[in-house]
Design a binder for this molecule. Structure first.
Ligand code: GDP
Length: 398
């Protein structure tokens, strides 16, 4: 698999507790072939909830980064806690994300915690797409959920899928971007032609996109329609700028909607090279770094976890290249540490790798004292990383 920087997605799943974050994460790992046995939340076997305390409480406390692959892209999946008591963990996870899927309950719509996590993600400029989950449940209503996204979050929803069937007859979705019907039977996906009424729905989507995106507006005025390519490009730009929010739907538990969700992650959410340079300071001066493997190494410690394998220090690499055996300086304490091993974490397994480059999220062994929030860097090229800028959008829509 190619792992050019534009083929990496550092992804988080954000949700109110119980909206289905753990189940969505599980289904993503299953769909990408990372796990071969499906974990169910109720029996405590889910791979991201490997900590005993998490198993007992049934909520995700730690932000565990899991690497999986989809369509020639590497997705580093950061399972963020949804419980309000762990807001610090959410904030720390948000610092290392490039994009997120916000999961909403298809019955309850936007709930108080989904709103507070959404606001936190706004502060860190994290581009998001929305997944309205649990459409198989009695009382589930995509349109009501979309209205609550518009009203409570104050964003412009761009509905790119319509459900096929309601509640326990919910069998799949119409993909309005590629104009096809996707249905699942026992988790097996079939594709077919879009139904006739999808054209009117697509038209509404084109109209909504044209209203927000100047280049799409021009094409729409000239031809009264948008080409598939213009629509997809505009959806991506609107996602990156936050001017619109792509809305998908499904049922994670029934394994309906997960593959197109992964396609949307790849299509619309940013790669590490798409996000602005990170800023830091050293000796009172501002230092910036871009996601360039040739720059000096700089990484942020996102989590420290003591496991049977030793002390694991999870880091997000912002610039440069780290090789096994390299010395790094903790810019926060001044201490120099040696990186014994670099691990890529796949659910509850680890794979040793020789290098980690800008954009990667990996776990280090051998770093003995660095704490969560610390900056690790090449000795002689230090900086203390600051949170990403919170004021301006990631890119402006041309
Ligand atoms: P989290 O707290 O956001 O991580 O939510 P979980 O993934 O633990 O899900 C909460 C509950 O909702 C569990 O009992 C799941 O089995 C259930 N659930 C998750 N997704 C769906 C779904 O698509 N449909 C239905 N009916 N239940 C779901």
């Amino acid at each position: 698999m190619r792992t050019d920087l534009d083929r990496v997605r550092n992804l988080g799943i954000l949700a109110h507790v119980d909206a289905g974050k753990t189940t969505v994460t599980e289904r993503i790992l299953y769909a990408t072939g990372t796990t071969y046995k499906q974990g169910e939340v109720h029996d405590g076997t889910t791979v991201t909830d490997f900590d005993e305390q998490e198993r007992k409480r049934g909520i995700t406390i730690y932000a565990a980064a899991v690497t999986c692959e989809w369509n020639d892209h590497r997705i580093n999946l950061i399972d963020t806690p949804g419980h309000v008591d762990f807001a610090d963990e959410v904030e720390r996870a948000l610092r290392v994300l490039d994009g997120a899927v916000a999961v909403f309950d298809g019955v309850a719509g936007v709930q108080p915690q989904s709103e507070s996590v959404w606001r936190q993600a706004d502060r860190y400029n994290v581009p998001r797409i929305a997944f309205v989950n649990k459409l198989d449940r009695a009382g589930a209503d995509l349109d009501a959920a979309v209205s609550s996204i518009r009203e409570r979050l104050g964003v412009r929803p761009l509905v790119v899928q319509r459900p096929i069937g309601r509640e326990d007859a919910f069998v799949g979705v119409v993909d309005l971007v590629r104009m096809r019907a996707l249905t699942w039977d026992s988790g097996v996906l079939s594709t077919g032609p879009a139904p006739a009424d999808a054209h009117a729905q697509r038209h509404l989507l084109e109209e909504a996109v044209a209203e927000l995106h100047p280049a799409a507006f021009e094409e729409y005025c000239a031809t009264s329609a948008l080409s598939d390519a213009t629509l997809a490009a505009a959806l991506r730009e609107l996602t990156l700028s936050g001017a619109g929010v792509v809305v998908l739907c499904g049922s994670a538990k029934a394994m309906r909607g997960v593959e197109p969700l992964l396609d949307a992650v790849v299509a619309y959410l940013p790669a590490p090279v798409d996000v602005p340079a990170v800023r830091g300071t050293w000796n009172g001066a501002e230092v910036t770094r871009t996601a360039d493997p040739a720059q000096p190494f700089a990484a942020l410690v996102s989590k420290v976890h003591v496991a049977a394998t030793g002390r694991l220090t999870s880091v997000r690499v912002y610039s440069g290249t780290l090789r096994k055996g390299d010395a790094v300086r903790d810019a926060t304490t001044g201490r120099v540490e040696r990186v014994g091993r670099i691990l890529r974490v796949q659910a509850d397994r680890h794979t040793d790798v020789d290098v980690a480059t800008a954009g990667d999220i990996v776990a280090l062994v051998g770093v003995k004292e660095a704490r969560a929030g610390a900056t690790l860097c090449t000795p002689g090229a230090e900086l203390v990383l600051e949170p990403p800028s919170v004021a301006e959008p990631v890119v402006s829509v041309a």
